[in-house]
Structure formats: C-alpha cells, structure tokens
Ligand binder design. Structure first.
Ligand code: TRP
Length: 338
C-alpha cells in the first residue's frame, strides 16, 4: 500500500526540524537546539529547513527576509550541519510545502487552531489578525509530514504545534487511509538552558532581551567578554549551583559547564570568586565559538557556496516531498496530471 518510512529504512529515524530566518543566531539557539541538530545528523536521516514562508507571517522587510534566510543557512552550516550528512534547505524552494498545507487546512479545524497558545500570545490585543498567522501551525504540519518525519526535535515552546501535527495527520489518515507518518516531538533534555545574562529568570531570546543579555554566535571575543563581565549575579558572594536562588550565577556555571563538557555543580567547586568564574566563562565561550566563526568567514568569502549547497538540499528535499504530496493528493481524490 502506501510506503512509509518504517518500511523504507527501519534503522534510521527520519528527523525534521525548522528554524525561522530571524537572523543573528544566539548562544541559546546554538546550545539549546542547533548543537542537537548537528549531533542528530550522524544516526538519523535528518532534514533541516529554514522556514522563510513562516517568516512572512511577521512584518518583515523583503530585502531583509532574503538576507536573513541566507545568513541563517550560513550560520547553520558554520555551526556544523554537514550537507553530506543531512539535508539542509529553504522551505520556499520546495513548493510542496504550500501545496500540502492546503490539503491539511482542509483537515484542521478553526477550534484547534484557536487553541494554539503561540497564536493567542502573538495576537493578544491586536485588531487585525492575518490569516497566515492563524494557519501557521498547519504549514508547520506540512513541513513535518512531507518528510515522513518520525521525530521532530524542538524546544518546549513548539510542543503544542507538534501535537497538532499529530492530530491532523491522524485525522487525515482516518479519512483517507494510511498516508501520513504520525510524528513525535522530541524535546532535548540534555541541551543547555541558556538564560538571559541581564534577566537570568528568562530564556536568552533575541526578541525580548536586552542586547547586553544575549550573546550572538558572531560576537567577537571583546564583545563576549564584555557581556559576560556585565552579567547580573547576586551579592551573597558564594559560588554554588542553585538555579532557583542564584539564577545569574548558575547560568554562568551552566555556560562554562557546557562549553567545557562538564557538570555545573562540578564546575562550581573550582571557584570562590565571581570574577574568576566570569573570566573563565568568557574565555571558554570565545573558544567554543571560535571554530564556528572561522568556518562562517570561510563560507561567506565565496558568495556562491551557500546557494549551491541550498540548491543541492532543495533537490533532495523535493524528491521526498513530491512523493508524499503526490500520495496525499491522490488519496484525497485530486485528478493528477496525465
Ligand atoms: N515554528 C517553529 C519555531 O518557531 C519553526 C518551524 C517551522 C518548525 N516548521 C517546523 C519546527 C517544522 C519544527 C518542525 O521554532
């Protein structure tokens, strides 16, 4: 009957994730998500997508969207995604995303989309809400099911969207047969929880943080050092890993720990003074990002390199996506072209 991943390749899980081209990756993105993507490449059949169509739901300047899409791909390659071991592509390069989204929009309901917390948050107090923002999670469902993804590595904030993808895929299958692979979200438990250096009670995030609280992966050594030195701590003077009572200091310990492959509590034992901890944390982060920055500079020096890699990724992605879309289109009763 309908081929699914389980039959094609029982040993490797198909993994798919997406990232918005929001520009300027920060340490939170890198340590919390992208590093896991890099690790997943080896043992999985991994597809990673820069979701430029999703970015259209924001008010974004066209030239800026184009530049950020390129930059995000560049950052991902610099961070270690390897086009020989994964499929990296831009969402809009594969037309099936929009086509599949329509089939799924005819399956999803207003009620379930209205329940999405991200939608509610993004539209709170707004008078005029774009339809794109409302159906954003259905486009995300299309991203996932087009690649027969078994597993979707995402942050906790995307759990609800992947649940929706499951519900929609299950409903589609019930109506039209066993067409779509039902995905599962995997939330990394080992990835670092990187907090804002100025507001250590909240996650490092470009949209809500002060620039001083966010370390960008492209920050130069002086900038990294300046931000770490200015990081908010506390006044009790004791170096101890205690995220609840000492969020700022614990964040520094956590950063130094992930950068050096140790545990935060273990790291804490080596310090009595905040200043020393900050010096070493800054140095470790500079070293952590140095190879990534060097790779990025190398790739950026050849303006044709990234577009060529993305074209290759899109060609691979298209093959899988087209097969799934054709299967779904046939199942719902579209008369295919002769
Ligand atoms: N909505 C996700 C985010 O904002 C990005 C995304 C789009 C995505 N399509 C996806 C994530 C498919 C996982 C799978 O982070």
């Amino acid at each position: 009957m309908f081929p699914t991943r389980a039959y094609d390749c029982p040993l490797m899980a198909r993994v798919l994730s997406g990232i918005q081209p929001s520009g300027d990756l920060h340490l939170g993105n890198y340590l919390g998500a992208i590093r896991n993507w890099v690790e997943d490449q080896g043992d999985n059949d991994a597809f990673y997508c820069v979701v430029d169509l999703h970015a259209l739901t924001l008010d974004i300047d066209p030239a800026e969207l184009r530049a950020r899409t390129y930059d995000t791909a560049l950052d991902l390659l610099a961070a270690g995604l390897d086009p020989d071991r994964c499929t990296l592509f831009v969402q809009s390069h594969v037309v099936q995303h929009s086509q599949m989204a329509w089939l799924l929009e005819c399956t999803a309901t207003m009620g379930e989309l209205q329940r999405m917390t991200q939608f509610k948050e993004k539209t709170a107090g707004q008078e005029s809400i774009r339809v794109g923002l409302f159906i954003y999670p259905v486009l995300q469902t299309a991203d996932i099911v087009l690649y027969d993804a078994d597993r979707v590595p995402v942050g906790d904030d995307q759990r609800q969207h992947v649940e929706l993808a499951r519900d929609v895929a299950i409903r589609f299958n019930r109506r039209f047969g066993d067409v779509l692979v039902v995905p599962t979200a995997t939330i990394p438990t080992t990835g670092a929880r990187v907090m804002d250096l100025q507001h250590p009670e909240r996650k490092m995030s470009k949209s809500v943080s002060s620039p001083l609280g966010t370390i960008l992966i492209l920050d130069d050594p002086a900038e990294i050092t300046r931000k770490v030195k200015k990081a908010v701590t506390d006044t009790d003077g004791e170096v101890r890993y205690d995220p609840e009572h000492k969020p700022g200091l614990s964040n520094l310990l956590e950063l130094l720990a992930v950068a050096t492959g140790r545990k935060p509590a273990e790291v804490a034992a080596g310090y009595t003074r905040y200043g020393d901890l900050k010096t070493d944390t800054a140095e470790a982060l500079v070293e952590l990002l140095r190879p990534l920055q060097a790779r990025r500079a190398e790739l950026a020096a050849d303006p044709g390199a990234v577009p060529a890699l993305l074209a290759r990724g899109a060609a691979k992605a298209r093959e899988v996506a087209a097969a799934t879309y054709d299967r779904a289109a046939e199942a719902v009763g579209l008369l295919g072209p002769a």
